[in-house]
Design a protein around this ligand. Sequence first.
Ligand SMILES: C[S@@+](CC[C@H](N)C(=O)[O-])C[C@H]1O[C@@H](n2cnc3c(N)ncnc32)[C@H](O)[C@@H]1O
Length: 253
Amino acid sequence: MNQPAPDSNDHHTSASDGTTTPDDDGFYRGSFFGRRKGHKLRLHQADLVATLLPRLALDIAHPAPADLRTLFTPAVDTVRVEIGFGGGEHLVAEALAHPRTGFIGCEPYVNGMARILTEIDEKEIGNIRLLAGDAAELLAWAPPHSFARIDLIHPDPWPKRRHWKRRFVQDATLASMARVLVPSGEFRFVCDIEDYVAWTLWHLMRSPDFTWTAERAADWQSPWPNYTMTRYGRKATREGRKAAYVISKRTAG
Ligand SMILES: C[S@@+](CC[C@H](N)C(=O)[O-])C[C@H]1O[C@@H](n2cnc3c(N)ncnc32)[C@H](O)[C@@H]1O
């Protein structure tokens, strides 16, 4: 995916689909501040966006079913979420490895959505549902205790201090995640930007809802077992940055 990282490209962003009002800087309100559109889709991709996406997309304009497992056929035992899946490498690998788990992938960037639709179509994956929008809206829509795990992998870093409020991890989004995670559910966070890792640990530590599970450095310095590296993960390695792999558990009660 050739999506520019939104740390230096403020002027590129525009209200391209008109679904949300841009703020003073030309960015969307809510938790998504990046680009929705990139290069033109290939014909087959455009066709999948027109035909397959409507079948897999969640309808968050209407109230959620009480049990989100009912969104999946064949039946699943638990539901997980990946926020900002980008090219979808991690989400696709997890869905294939865990056929009894339903996955909701959330990605506002149309080209990422087109890419995962191609994979879902080619590999005949039946346990992924999609939201082409802001994950904060998914978290607000879902009933309490819906998800066993929420993954946020290489989120947009927003390194400039004046943009920190655009980072996905905030007190409010952690509280939203806590509401929709099952007791002892997990929030997993991967990031190669030191400052954002520190930011997230600080928010997790002051949250009454989460406990960081690491007991030794090795627990967060290397990927958890069977982790699938993403495009942004490979880019970080190429550029000499080491990622942190933070697993935090929903605090009981
Ligand atoms: C730096 S990219 C990483 C993509 C992918 N996770 C990876 O590791 O290759 C961050 C992604 O998060 C998406 N994103 C940003 N804000 C979001 C939000 N509020 N809800 C869902 N996705 C979001 C962006 O569109 C972008 O594709």
